[in-house]
Ligand binder design. Structure first.
Ligand code: HEC
Ligand code: HEC
Length: 281
């Protein structure tokens, strides 16, 4: 049964008739800010791709329209919840995020640079890891669960204040070894279907896989509100779902492997606009 699914999938991926180009459309946010949804591939992926394209270009007309207007984007409800939380004191120090960071807008641009090397900790951190560091070490509060309610809502809020700015993740210096690990994971064939991320998102973007239009699998739109599960979804949860589809065992949200993979995948999208929270099916 499983083998059969694999064979069908392989056929789908190899069928040229299933191909559909990404749409020729421009993402203008709230009728004022034009976002970069396609641009020349950064040097470190130019042997694989000429152009990098946002997942937005691979979605249907209605889904694209929802993301273009904050009143229609269901992800913005969670951003509002996070804005309230930003002002709420928690933990033994009696502090809120705003006690130290003032307005959330003071962190505009931050999302575009994550995952990022943290010198003091000697590790690459995702935005959620950094937020939890503030919570546990500066607020005397507890860590939020990875990719869950408050963590993903706050990530979406911090992303929303960076929308339109170009993804600009550093891959050199001390971040390089994590980046190399992420790259290795990206090209590793997983599961019974023996498919790597690249097999789907690099070699077959534009093709249909069942009812889904395969994108290049960038993370510039994260967190994403999915119409399918009506909530915000994190990068690591998406990775997990994609690897599970190949019928492989996988890593967990927040694991060093997924942090490295996020760094690598984010860097492939350097130059695209930050779009989160975006809307996907
Ligand atoms: C007691 C003060 C304090 C509180 C409260 C605090 N932070 Fe921070 N935060 C800092 C400091 C200081 C840094 C810089 C730390 C570093 O670079 O290692 C920082 C860094 C950050 C960064 C990374 C900025 C960058 O340029 O990379 C983010 C994101 C962040 N905080 C989010 C939050 C959120 C969300 C909350 C509330 C849940 C919060 N912080 C609460 C002091 C605080
Ligand atoms: C069997 C094919 C397949 C494989 C292998 C696969 N994915 Fe996916 N992935 C999909 C499909 C289908 C979607 C949903 C449509 C889309 O956005 O491409 C998706 C979506 C994504 C998205 C969301 C893109 C967006 O803009 O919303 C990311 C990120 C992603 N994949 C990353 C990965 C990574 C990293 C790997 C390797 C660990 C991987 N995928 C492996 C099929 C695959």
């Amino acid at each position: 049964m499983r083998k059969l699914t694999g064979a069908i999938l392989a056929t789908i991926l190899a069928t040229p008739f299933a191909s559909a180009d990404p749409v020729d459309d421009t993402l203008i946010l709230n009728e004022e800010t034009e976002l970069v949804t396609r641009t020349t591939a950064p040097a470190h992926v130019s042997d694989a791709l000429d152009e990098v394209m946002s997942g937005w270009l691979f979605r249907g007309t209605e889904t694209r329209a929802m993301q273009a207007d904050d009143f229609d984007n269901p992800g913005m409800i969670f951003v509002e919840q996070a804005q309230e939380m930003w002002e709420t004191a928690e933990g033994s120090e009696g502090k809120s995020c705003s006690s130290c960071h003032n307005d959330m807008e003071s962190l505009a641009g931050v999302k575009a640079t994550y995952p990022k090397w943290n010198e003091a900790a000697g590790e690459v951190r995702t935005l959620q890891m950094q937020m939890n560091d503030c919570r546990t070490n500066r607020m005397g509060s507890d860590a939020w669960k990875y990719d869950k309610g408050p963590a993903i809502n706050m990530e979406a809020a911090l992303s929303s204040v960076s929308r339109g700015l170009p993804v600009n993740v550093a891959i050199d210096g001390p971040a390089q070894s994590a980046w190399e690990l992420g790259k290795e994971l990206y090209y590793t064939r997983n599961g019974q279907l023996e498919l790597s991320c690249a097999n789907c998102h690099e070699e077959n973007y534009g093709n249909m896989i069942r009812a889904d239009h395969l994108s290049q699998g960038h993370v510039n739109g994260f967190p994403v509100y999915r119409l399918k599960n009506t909530k915000l979804n994190g990068v690591h949860s998406r990775f997990k779902g994609c690897i599970r589809d190949t019928r492989a065992e996988t890593y967990s949200q927040g694991s060093p492997e997924f942090v490295a993979l996020e760094l690598y995948v984010a860097s492939r999208g350097n130059g695209l606009s930050v779009e989160g929270p975006s809307v996907r099916n």
